[in-house]
Design a protein around this ligand. Structure first.
Ligand SMILES: Cc1cc2nc3c(=O)[nH]c(=O)nc-3n(C[C@H](O)[C@H](O)[C@H](O)COP(=O)(O)OP(=O)(O)OC[C@H]3O[C@@H](n4cnc5c(N)ncnc54)[C@H](O)[C@@H]3O)c2cc1C
Length: 321
């Protein structure tokens, strides 16, 4: 059996967790073994999980699991692994997925392979995984009685099944000690509401070429018109023009919107790995040789302080002002 950890925050799915379930489904088909999923926390399992093909969803419930705790989740999952003996456990390679699986690895003594893109099963599993923020592919082999994997975000598309069979729910009560419960969420501060950088369908991102904090006003307007949000490069956050929560890239947020509009961003590898999974990339730049321009689907060569307001004006006039 292949077990997939469903990562969520108080019942709200991490968008990329269903990609891990799709990845695990093809792994289970390849091995000819059942696909199971595991949901930790309150019993409000998102119905999309069932639509992605598990025959069993294990629900791990406990008073100490009403909110996220990395050690608590890790301990609970390790106990389920002990009880069900899966061939592999798969989670998405998000911060949460990697964190929980690292705890599972430490508790069980099993090797954990993060950010996997491809698996070839066999006596020993051949793994291709991303390293260095996505700029390097590593080939590795994995030998373990239970394989622990996380799947690189956006490496596969989440595909629901057209027809789903009945899904069984199996309840599991872990034995959690005081030690397991040491790290827990005690407070939450909401810093942004509505669509976020990680989930927005459109990201209008600005780099050094924007020139100043005020230079972001037209980008904000464009993002608003397109139903998106503003992102930025690290130069921008380093300069204090925007908060770090807006930064896209290796040391910021990884995004995969339908449209990514890079305004005055050169396309350094550390930025590129954070947005390369975008479906359509549009560059606005004065430099025809900038990597962002040469790699984009579309490019506008020009000064963004003229190009962005022109796009905003055109959109407004087409929408009747
Ligand atoms: C360990 C490490 C981690 C990093 N992590 C990240 C990360 O997460 N995210 C990230 O973004 N960077 C990251 N960086 C930094 C990265 O290497 C680059 O320095 C950074 O992305 C460059 O930002 P930029 O494109 O805004 O600036 P620049 O590279 O200076 O590019 C500015 C671009 O704007 C264009 N331009 C200038 N004026 C205009 C104008 N008026 N109109 C149109 N175009 C104009 C220029 O032609 C140029 O292409 C990291 C670096 C390291 C070493």
């Amino acid at each position: 059996m292949i077990l997939t950890l469903i990562t969520h925050d108080r019942g709200y799915l991490e968008e990329t967790t269903l990609q891990a379930l799709t990845f695990a489904r093809s792994l289970s088909a390849d091995l000819g073994v059942p696909l199971h999923a595991v949901w930790i926390g309150e019993d409000d399992i998102d119905e999309r999980v069932a639509g992605h093909g598990p025959s069993v969803i294990h629900h791990i419930g406990h008073a100490g699991l009403d909110d996220y705790g990395p050690a608590t989740w890790g301990s609970a999952l390790a106990q389920l692994i002990e009880s069900t003996s899966p061939a592999a456990v798969v989670a998405v390679g998000s911060e949460r997925g990697n964190e929980v699986m690292a705890h599972v690895g430490a508790i069980t003594g099993l090797p954990m392979v993060s950010n996997v893109r491809e698996v070839t099963t066999g006596e020993s599993w051949k793994i291709v995984r991303t390293r260095w923020g996505g700029s390097l592919l590593e080939e590795a082999s994995l030998d373990a009685p239970v394989k622990l994997l996380t799947v690189t975000e956006h490496a596969v598309e989440a595909v629901a099944l057209a027809n789903t069979a009945t899904v069984e729910t199996a309840h599991f009560s872990p034995d959690l000690s005081e030690h397991d419960l040491l790290t827990k969420v005690v407070d939450r501060v909401i810093t942004s509401e509505g669509i976020t950088l990680a989930t927005a369908p459109v990201v209008v991102s600005g780099g050094r070429g924007v020139g100043s904090p005020d230079g972001f006003a037209p980008l904000e307007e464009l993002a608003g018109l397109l139903g998106g949000v503003v992102g930025c490069s690290r130069v921008v956050t380093n300069n204090g023009w925007r908060p770090h929560s807006d930064q896209v890239g290796q040391t910021g947020t990884v995004v995969a919107p339908d449209v990514y509009i890079a305004c005055g961003i050169s396309g350094a590898i550390q930025h590129w790995v954070g947005m390369m999974a975008s479906k359509t990339i549009i560059a606005i730049n004065t430099d025809a040789e900038a990597p962002m321009v040469t790699k984009a689907d579309y490019a506008v060569l020009g000064d963004l302080s003229e190009v962005v307001p022109a796009i905003v004006g055109e959109l407004k006039s087409r929408r009747g002002g």
